[in-house]
Design a protein around this ligand. Structure first.
Ligand SMILES: Nc1nc2c(c(=O)[nH]1)N[C@H]1C(S)=C(S)[C@@H](COP(=O)(O)O)O[C@H]1N2
Ligand SMILES: [Mo]
Length: 510
């Protein structure tokens, strides 16, 4: 096979793949728009989500360490590269073994169908787009291969080869456009976007007001409150779940004396409260930024649970999101006096869709993966012995109390010699931060000035004046929590229950 014919053969494979996916995505989009399927008929989303489901702890850790909150984009790019390689390979195979290639092509389609069926809420019709797309793609592969072979056999095969090239390229382009068209026709988000715009977060009798002294306002230092649009986002959802507040229900069941179901009107009619809570992701590395602090408006979960009356043997609440994700939270932290909330508001606005609109859980003191269920629809009162949250069988700890952490925000990199400041943030949610100490090189630990701490459920800002001397310096920080426990120096990776170790930065003083 010459290089040119191999290239044309690969193009045939690509065109077949693009036709399959393009058609399937358009059909999936129409299916979502026309029906109220709870499944994921889009093969791309279904395969991606199934892949996320299979992600073990080490791979999640690696993905977040490498790509951070761009992990979803990275996944799609990776999937795209694999698809291009597989399709091109099948195209080349088809030149001499057309039947084998078509069977291989169908096998990939079958895998995608399995992925579609693996999604919660899927029905038979959700497979239709993938099946139809794969059938048309297989025909495309066979036809284009035959045309390529015919062109190569002709003594002056150029004109017909050119027509194969043009045909293959056009089909590929049309297919790729289909992916975009599929998202558009699905109307992804229209209804919920409008519902969110109309959603009014109720006012509360005792709104949070953040004292000025909580935020030293040093350039480069984290702000005490995190704006909604810069708040970190971590979840397994490749397309943001769309939950219409009008049809939202929350069911409480399991080991309870009384099963309960509430809708949005009932939730909003409860006495809501506002609370400052800093969320932290268990995947955050030492010095990392997977933490954010907001004012949440919501109804204390304990009030809801009090109505359901958990049975004495219960010790866990398994919360489930509309897309089937789960978190296992100790019953105790949802029934004690802390502000564990069913939140509807974030910094005075309805929850952004990505952060769980219309309702999510917010629990002070626990990592998000065992507590902060977004798009929450179900609370099962149960026992750790009987149930487990999403990440536990994937290598993460059953329980996830937040470890004491501190971070240096400034300086980073290069600074000018002379008087300056070292500043950052420290957190030990629900225990509070009682001290922060800073060490420059091998010097003594110096006590940093702490900003006000409006609540022990949020992080605390700190700063230390520093007369920087020229040269290379290492600055290290450690915090002490409200129980007097000094942050451990022991280095641990995020898996299985959160990173630990002191944060240090290298700075160059000129
Ligand atoms: N439905 C759902 N809720 C979820 C998750 C998820 O994957 N699905 N991830 C959890 C994790 S691991 C974290 S750290 C927090 C992050 O919340 P945020 O994206 O609002 O910052 O959400 C939690 N809630
Ligand atoms: Mo997380």
């Amino acid at each position: 096979m010459t290089r040119i014919t191999r290239g044309v053969a690969a193009l045939a494979g690509l065109a077949a793949g693009a036709v399959t996916i393009g058609l399937a995505e358009v059909l999936a989009g129409l299916l979502v728009r026309a029906t109220d399927t709870l499944g994921t008929p889009s093969p791309l989303l279904a395969v991606g989500e199934a892949f996320v489901d299979l992600t073990p702890a080490w791979l999640k850790e690696l993905a977040i360490a490498t790509f951070g909150t761009a992990d979803k984009i990275a996944l799609f790019v990776g999937m795209g590269l694999v698809l291009v390689a597989v399709c091109a390979g099948l195209g080349i195979l088809a030149r001499h073994r057309t039947t084998a290639a078509v069977i291989g092509f169908a096998a990939v389609g079958v895998l995608a169908v399995i992925a579609v069926f693996s999604r919660p809420g899927s029905g038979l019709s959700d497979a239709l787009p993938t099946v139809v797309g794969t059938a048309l793609g297989a025909i495309t592969l066979a036809r284009l291969t035959r045309a390529t072979t015919a062109a190569a056999a002709e003594p002056d095969g150029d004109p017909s080869r050119r027509s194969v090239l043009v045909g293959g390229t056009s089909l590929t382009v049309v297919g790729v456009l289909g992916i975009v068209a599929g998202r558009v026709v699905s109307g992804a988000g229209d209804v919920v976007r409008m519902a969110r715009e109309a959603f009014v977060v109720p006012r509360v009798p005792n709104p949070v007001s953040v004292p000025e002294g909580a935020d030293p306002g040093i350039a480069g230092q984290t702000t005490y409150r995190t704006a909604n649009d810069t708040f970190f986002r971590i979840d397994t959802a490749l397309s943001v779940p769309q939950v219409d507040p009008d049809s939202w229900r929350l069911r409480v069941h399991g080991l309870v004396e009384e099963e309960i179901e509430i809708d949005m009107d009932e939730l909003l009619a409860q006495p809501l409260v506002e609370a400052l809570v800093t969320l932290t992701c268990v995947s955050n590395t030492v010095g990392g930024d997977l933490a954010g602090n907001a004012v949440w408006t919501g109804w204390p979960v304990r009030e809801l649970l009090a109505r359901a009356r958990p049975l004495p043997e219960a010790d866990m609440v398994l919360s489930t999101s509309v897309d089937g994700w789960t978190a296992g939270t100790p019953l105790e932290v949802l029934t004690d006096d802390r502000n564990s909330l069913l939140a509807v508001g974030m910094n005075g606005e309805p929850l952004p869709e990505q952060h769980g609109f219309p309702v999510r859980m917010v629990v002070p003191g626990l990592y998000g993966y065992v507590s902060a269920t977004k798009w929450v629809v179900d609370l099962k009162v149960t026992r750790f012995a009987d149930d487990e949250g999403y990440w536990t069988p994937r290598g993460w700890a059953e329980r996830g109390p937040i470890k004491t952490a501190s971070r240096i925000d400034v300086p980073r990199g290069e600074v000018d010699a002379g008087p300056g400041v070292i500043a950052g943030v420290a957190w030990a949610q629900h225990r509070g931060v009682s001290a922060v100490e800073v060490r420059v090189d091998d010097g003594d630990w110096q006590t940093a000035a702490l900003a006000e701490e409006p609540t022990v459920d949020s992080w605390r800002m700190w700063k230390l004046d520093w007369d920087a001397e020229p040269g290379q310096h290492t600055i290290t920080v450690r915090a002490t929590d409200g129980d007097g426990e000094v942050q451990t120096e022991e280095i641990a990776a995020p898996a299985p229950d959160g990173a630990s170790g002191w944060h240090s930065v290298e700075v160059e003083v000129r």
